[in-house]
Design a protein around this ligand. Sequence first.
Ligand code: ADP
Ligand code: ADP
Length: 222
Amino acid sequence: NEVLRLEAVGKTYGKNGPAPVEVLHGLDLTVARGEVVALVAPSGAGKSTLLHIAGLLDTPDSGRVLLNGRDMTGLGDKARTQARRRELGFVYQFHHLLPEFTAAENIVLPQLANAVPARQARLRAADLLDRVGLGPRADHRPAELSGGEQQRVAFCRALANSPALLLADEPTGNLDPETSDRVFGVLMDLVRDTGLSALIATHNHDLAARMDRVIRLDERLA
Ligand code: ADP
Ligand code: ADP
């Protein structure tokens, strides 16, 4: 019962050039349903490459990517985009919220893109904001929110379409240590409450230790 399975995934940049860079080689990785996995990797080990491949933003040179048991390898752009919108949620180090829209609107918009009726989308946004303690901030724009609050809104947006898997790259990396710790706790509660599966890249070993399992990228490479 796996949400994500990477099988013998390989990726080399500049394959046909003079100086190819092999980043991933025979990488196997799974995320079970409801499991929260930490991805710890030193800079340059291929963390971003792996997240892009798992997020269907890039394709591996070899191996397979299965999402909810479905082989994504070789799907066309349109099918991949659709799978990304419906089944995956993304959180980055920086929130990337749309500055001209309110917190609630930032959570409503991706649902409208998935043809969710507006009223239902607004209810979903309000519920998610309540869960992260931002109900009273629903009508504030990102600039009116603190860094930690902006990131909590970004978590809600990632969950807006009830994805099967959350992919996060240093989700609290731009916050001071105390805020990072607190906001990470909010993310974990949100993930646990909704039964979401997650692959979360972090350099922070304390945060990694709070997840179900830790994958270290350097150790996987020969
Ligand atoms: P990380 O996120 O762990 O720092 P990346 O996945 O971004 O690592 O990159 C891994 C390696 O691949 C690095 O050596 C990087 O320079 C190289 N790399 C990444 N993207 C490209 C690219 N588009 N073309 C060539 N080399 C790349
Ligand atoms: P923290 O130190 O808790 O990360 P700040 O000191 O930046 O947060 O902000 C404290 C509170 O003031 C937060 O709840 C934030 O939403 C609110 N706030 C910050 N800037 C504005 C603003 N321009 N308009 C309205 N509320 C704001």
